[in-house]
Design a protein around this ligand. Sequence first.
Ligand code: PMP
Length: 282
Amino acid sequence: MSRIVYVNGEFLPEEEAKISVFDRGFLFADGIYEVSTVIKGKMIDNAAHMARLRRSMNELNMPSPASDEEITEIQAELLVQNNIENGLIYLQITRGAADRDFVFPKEPKPSLVMFTQVLDAVGNPKAERGISVITVDDVRWKRRDIKTVALLAQSMAKQAAVDAGADDAWMVEDGFITEGTSNNAFIITKDDKIITRNLSNDILHGITRQVVLELAAEKSLVVEERPFTLEEALDAKEAFVTSATAFVMPVVRINEQPLGNGGPGILSSQLRAMYIKRAMEA
Ligand code: PMP
């Protein structure tokens, strides 16, 4: 049975779903997206994802195709239609189809698309051994706080990582780590301080990042939100990344240099366990 996707008011088999060649998401990357993870049929932190979606739309002056309630209802229906127990739901809004013009259309007809994927985020085998990252120059635009579909720089960075035999890339600007290709970057110093870059237009304001900072506070861990250098990262005891689908994922090698004992760090693993417990209980 083929997957059912949602396109502008219709639930259709994926082969039948259509988007215009004039869609501005396609022509200008004039679109934004959100990904919510699903555990046991329930979306994790979906309200926070909705709030960030609204923020992205506001920053781009993008009209809304549906209310939060309508979007949430469509998400729920799509999960049922595809029988998703454990997976993710992707949603994308673009400014819609219009004759190709750099200026925004006067009467935009925004487009709303959603699809699901099966994924066992809790049982991800990578969490057992941790991931390796390389560092690459951060060549992205300056509004990384907006979750746009303009992901080519991240795609190139991730490809460079895979070509180098690594799992992912951390992007570096002026000597400081900004974030991972699709996740926020954290290090833990030898004196157990958790350091992650402060929120600004330089990084995406990760929903998982925020939850993990709350969990760290619950555990009375010391957190510093500030930029950190590649040198500090190489000198760290532990490192990890956070995202909706990776949760807390230990980083065990940076530019081929092992951190700590070369395996997932103790605090990183504890934070992952705490995150999963919270998600399962939600
Ligand atoms: N940074 C970037 C560049 C990302 O693409 C993502 C995930 N889309 C994140 C951070 C993590 O955000 P979240 O925890 O909300 O998934």
